[in-house]
Write a protein that binds this ligand. Structure first.
Ligand code: ADP
Length: 250
């Protein structure tokens, strides 16, 4: 579903990602872990084309969406391919980013009606199914500020699902939440994983990563230090940098 090869990204001459390669299989969960500043969020933003890339390439579902620099030639993805990939990719942020002056239902149907041009009645019917799926069937008419952080994040997940994405990117979805609200969001994410959604998740929740991920990618200093199944990377890591990181956070 995602194929990243030799990706490089710098900001103002400072390399943030150097030579990143990774693949995400359809229907699998990949958790990106690593110290703050290691480039995890930037990598997600490159996949969603919120950032341009300097070298390498990104393929989504076999289609080139990132640019590849060959010598002096830049082979850019077509704007149509980028637009298609954005529609096929949901993103859930640390801060839920719901529209504060719109109800929960209005938040969820915004993308389907405005971007996908779906009829309102159809979009509302689907939104109600999604609300049920995230356990908030009775909150469609509420405004975001009337909900807890955990509920708002579950709505943000429903809003991402409303676009029928092939892939959802999660950027530290629970790190802005009070500890007692983390579990309900992780549960919704677990349910999604069990339903076969392809997910790329930046997280500090190593318990979740161990239980749900098919692949763990440990990043440090803009490189992938090691990747593999949770029982390898989290339990028997090969690299000192991974061991040091785990000893600090576990
Ligand atoms: P992580 O998600 O692992 O904490 P980030 O991807 O947020 O790491 O950041 C990696 C590095 O890139 C940090 O040093 C950060 O300051 C830098 N960075 C991220 N975005 C920008 C930007 N828009 N402009 C300049 N530097 C940035």
């Amino acid at each position: 579903m995602v194929d990243i090869r030799g990706l490089k990204k710098s900001f103002h001459g400072k390399t943030v990602l150097s030579d990143i390669s990774l693949t995400v299989e359809p229907g699998s969960v990949t958790c990106l872990i690593g110290p703050s500043g290691s480039g995890k969020t930037t990598l997600l933003r490159c996949v969603n084309r919120l950032e341009t890339i300097d070298a390498g390439m990104i393929l989504l579902d076999g289609e080139l969406v990132g640019a590849e620099r060959k010598g002096r030639h830049l082979v850019a993805a077509s704007p149509k391919a980028i637009a298609r990939s954005r529609r096929a990719t949901g993103m859930v942020f640390q801060r839920f980013n719901l529209f504060p002056h719109r109800t929960v239902l209005e938040n969820i149907i915004e993308g389907p009606t405005k971007v996908l041009k779906r009829p309102v009645a159809e979009a509302v019917a689907e939104a109600r199914v999604l609300l049920e799926r995230v356990g908030l069937a009775d909150r469609g008419d509420a405004y975001p500020q009337e909900l807890s952080g955990g509920q708002q994040q579950r709505i943000a997940i429903a809003r991402a699902l409303a676009m029928k994405p092939k892939l959802i990117l999660f950027d530290e979805p629970t790190s802005a939440l009070d500890p007692e609200l983390v579990g309900e969001v992780l549960q919704v994410m677990k349910d999604l994983a069990n339903d076969g959604m392809t997910m790329l998740v930046v997280t500090h929740e190593l318990g979740f990563a161990r239980e749900v991920a098919d692949q763990i990618v440990f990043m440090d200093g803009g490189v992938v230090v090691e990747s593999g199944p949770p029982e390898e990377v989290l339990v028997t890591p090969k690299h000192d940098r991974t061991r040091t990181f785990l000893s600090r956070v576990l």
